[in-house]
Design a protein around this ligand. Structure first.
Ligand SMILES: O=P(O)(O)OC[C@H]1O[C@H](OP(=O)(O)OP(=O)(O)O)[C@H](O)[C@@H]1O
Ligand SMILES: Nc1nc2[nH]cnc2c(=O)[nH]1
Ligand SMILES: [Mg+2]
Length: 162
């Protein structure tokens, strides 16, 4: 269970995706990109623009985190256009346990796997990433959050029950 949160803004995400694209430049050109839906879709779009890559495939893996409902991770949408992954780049937003990355890599063994953020358990399954995040930290992506009104400190301390 995560004990800390790391909030990523749209600006930070865009900057990190551009940094990843920069480090991917010497590894290309790529025949195409496979976005791991859904979290990999926006990073993949930013990276595709930077690398001038127009062939975008997707793969969708459903994993079950619920202890009572322990089933194998399932590919519910395959990356048919990517073959065995030769010449393709796989993009996801992050690796945590590494389960999703392992399933995708098994399906596309010849592709390069890159993501923006990596936790220690998932790190060995990513060829490239931008920022390491502690295992006990939950990353809040911009699509997970909304700006909220925060009361001024003075008001909070004078009106504790509000
Ligand atoms: O390394 P893991 O422990 O497998 O976790 C990482 C995966 O979890 C999240 O996806 P999620 O399955 O929540 O689905 P989503 O991308 O559709 O939101 C994230 O986008 C990664 O794909
Ligand atoms: N948003 C989000 N999804 C995840 N899936 C697995 N780990 C994470 C995380 O840290 N943040
Ligand atoms: Mg995902």
């Amino acid at each position: 269970m995560a004990t800390n949160y790391a909030t990523v803004t749209w600006d930070q995400l865009h900057r990190d995706a551009r940094l990843l694209a920069e480090s991917l430049m010497p590894r290309g050109p790529f025949k195409g990109i496979v976005a791991v839906t859904r979290g990999g879709l926006i990073p993949a779009a930013i990276i595709a623009r930077e690398l001038d890559c127009r062939l975008i495939e997707s793969i969708s893996v459903v994993t079950y985190h619920n202890e009572e409902e322990k089933s194998e991770p399932t590919i519910i949408k395959d990356a048919e256009a990517a073959g065995d992954g030769t010449g393709f780049l796989i993009i996801d937003d992050l690796v945590d346990s590494g389960i999703t990355a392992q399933v995708v890599r098994k399906r596309l063994p010849k592709a390069l796997f890159a993501c923006l953020y990596a936790k220690p358990s998932g790190k060995p399954f990513a060829d490239l990433f931008v920022v390491e995040v502690p295992q006990d930290t939950w990353v809040l992506f911009p699509w997970d959050t909304a700006p909220l009104f925060v009361p001024p400190l003075a008001r909070k301390s004078t009106l504790p029950t509000e």
